[in-house]
Design a protein around this ligand. Structure first.
Ligand code: RIB
Ligand code: CA
Length: 322
């Protein structure tokens, strides 16, 4: 099943209101570069959470990226500093001790907004003039806590696009993906909420592998943003699992689906998150034979035109995106 073009999302339509919940992190950074360079997206705010690196760094990194992209008006909010139940697990071995190793980035142009990310999510989704899309590229702690505090915010959510999980693979354990492993209880709250979710699992993102050839094309753009992207991806690529032909561009796939859903294919399914087993905690159990009762199925993406995704990323890094 190819994924439907979200209604009214042609470039001629008004920009789509979007909140990005992230843990920058190199692939989050590329996702932010595309999103903040898109005229089709109206980024209302960037909420940050502990994940790839601790919150003090993910929040700081989001502000550095906002500065690099010349978007000082996009507010950055610090969110939850730890998972709902689990002890914090981070991924410096992939993203470096700063979370954005490999590139010289500017110091932030301003402070984070004083409001907690969870409070911002509740306020923004409760008072939205039109339903808001959420792009989630990190452990789901912020969204889960917001839903527990104010379940009625679901009425203000148009769509939730989540990078996480795996149908037939994991990356931090044989069966669990990092975002869901880091906070399995938050993932369970979100997937039991009945929200309109599109899931971008490892089965898709491992088809979008950035290689030295693509990094060279990015670097050839010759801007401060593209040079930073090339430096970040060079480092990120050097840290990848040796079995991979390139570094998987997980989080940019979320933004690519929002901008060009036709580049992806998917199927409806029930998705449940394992929270009890020591062996399989964080696993996303995808059942395409039995759709959830009383709530809409999750759209689980499984195919991608990776060349089309890279061309989209290149166009936006060149500042020509829409
Ligand atoms: O498993 C990949 C995901 O975990 C990506 O979002 C990466 O940035 C990390 O958050
Ligand atoms: Ca991430």
């Amino acid at each position: 099943m190819s994924t439907p073009e979200p209604a009214g999302d042609s470039p001629a339509a008004r920009p789509r209101p979007l909140i990005i919940d992230c843990d920058p992190g190199v692939d989050d950074a590329i996702a932010l570069m595309v999103a903040l360079n898109s005229s089709a997206l109206d980024v209302l705010g960037i909420t940050t959470v502990a994940g790839n690196v601790p919150l003090r760094l993910t929040e700081y990194n989001a502000r550095r990226l906002r500065t690099l992209l010349g978007r000082p008006g996009v507010p950055v909010y610090a969110g939850c500093p730890r998972p709902m139940v689990q002890t914090l697990v981070t991924a410096e071995e992939i993203h470096g001790t700063t979370g954005l190793d490999g590139a010289e980035l500017p110091e932030p142009d301003g402070e984070a907004a004083p409001q907690h990310a969870v409070s911002f999510l509740i306020e923004a989704l409760s008072a939205a003039p039109e339903p808001v899309t959420l792009a989630c590229t990190a452990p789901l702690t912020n969204l889960a806590v917001a839903l527990i505090q104010r379940p009625e915010i679901a009425a203000g959510i148009r769509a939730v696009v989540i990078m996480g999980g795996g149908v037939n693979r994991g990356n931090i354990t044989p069966v669990a993906e990092f975002n869901f492993y880091a906070d399995p209880h938050a993932a369970r709250v979100v997937f039991e909420s009945g929200l309109p979710i599109t899931l971008v699992p490892l089965d898709v993102t491992h088809q979008v592998l950035v290689t030295e050839k693509i990094i060279a094309r990015i670097r050839a753009i010759g801007s401060a943003v593209s040079s930073a992207a090339a430096d970040l991806l060079t480092y990120y690529g050097s840290m990848r699992h040796p079995a991979l032909a390139g570094a998987p561009l997980h989080d940019p796939c979320v933004i690519a689906w929002l901008l060009r859903p036709g580049l992806f294919g998917g199927f409806p399914a029930e998705v449940r998150i394992e929270t009890e087993s020591v062996l399989t905690v964080g696993q996303s159990v995808v059942n395409r034979r039995r759709l959830p009762e009383g709530r809409q199925p999750v759209t689980v993406l499984d195919t991608v035109d990776s060349v089309g995704v890279f061309e989209l990323i290149l166009a936006h890094l060149a500042g020509a995106g829409n």
